[in-house]
Ligand binder design. Structure first.
Ligand code: SAM
Length: 242
């Protein structure tokens, strides 16, 4: 069992399985400071994170690989129960595929999956992990840069990506583009209710469910469910065009 704790933690955050040379991302930053981090820095962060082992690349290193693997299996079960009937034999767009952790599960059920990511290193890992599927197309770049036809998808699927879009304008245009692509958008994001208690990387912004509801107008939040991911509060949300 590999469980290397790396000594890159300030504020007493235990970090497991960080990539070699990865900087401490738990140095405190206000939301305003995070919102000013430039796009190039964000992409580099994901290229470096893609070198972590297994699902640690796309999950928090505050948890061990074993904890994150278990949480992945539980999370996948929860997500596909929640999405009952919305994925089977459908055409799905997945924003930010990472290493393809959720993509494989979508592709087992869907007719076709098109996914993107801004990190070429992450996307290369996804290509390797998903090489046995013939119904997945992976594209490099932001959703706003891709040539995709309006309303060409039955569902847009997002797992832990919006919380990493730091720039408020970028977040708005990303949501607008997702709405152009489909009348149904599923998101699974780390959220909070009252005080922000857990230590959060400077490349993550936790938002309340109400903030997502405002961002998605005119789409309506028609279904939601809370989910604990290794002690972190996540929410599954289904937004639909009214
Ligand atoms: C926490 S990982 C989640 C990956 C995957 N969705 C999953 O649940 O396993 C976040 C991913 O989003 C990608 N990402 C960050 N900002 C993005 C953006 N604006 N558009 C597309 N992908 C983005 C990162 O490169 C990374 O692969």
């Amino acid at each position: 069992m590999s469980n290397p704790k790396q000594n890159i933690d300030k504020q007493d955050v235990q970090v497991f399985d960080a990539a070699t040379g990865e900087n401490n991302t738990y140095d405190l930053k206000s939301r305003e400071e995070k919102e000013r981090i430039i796009e190039e820095d964000v992409r580099k962060h994901w290229d470096i994170r893609a070198q972590r082992p297994d699902v640690q690349s796309v999950m928090s290193t505050r948890h061990t690989l074993e904890e994150n693997k278990r949480a992945t299996v539980e999370g996948q079960r929860e997500v596909f129960e929640f999405l009952e009937g919305l994925v089977k034999n459908k055409k799905v767009f997945e924003l930010g595929v990472g290493i393809g952790r959720m993509t494989a599960e979508i592709a087992k059920r869907a007719k076709e999956v098109v996914g993107n990511d801004i990190s070429p290193v992450m996307l290369e890992r996804a290509r390797q992990n998903l090489k046995d599927f013939d119904n997945i197309q992976l594209l490099l770049g932001k959703i706003t840069e891709l040539d995709l036809s309006p309303k060409s998808f039955d569902l847009v699927f997002v797992s832990a990506v919006l919380m990493h879009i730091l720039n408020p304008r970028e977040l708005r245009v990303t949501i607008k583009k997702m709405q152009e692509l489909s009348d149904k958008i599923f998101i699974l994001e780390h959220t909070y209710n009252k005080g922000l208690t857990s230590s959060i990387s400077k490349y993550s912004i936790l938002r309340k469910i109400e903030e997502y509801q405002k961002l998605f107008v005119p789409y309506r939040l028609n279904k939601q469910k809370k989910h604990r991911y290794v002690g972190d509060n996540f929410t599954l949300m289904l937004f639909e065009k009214i």
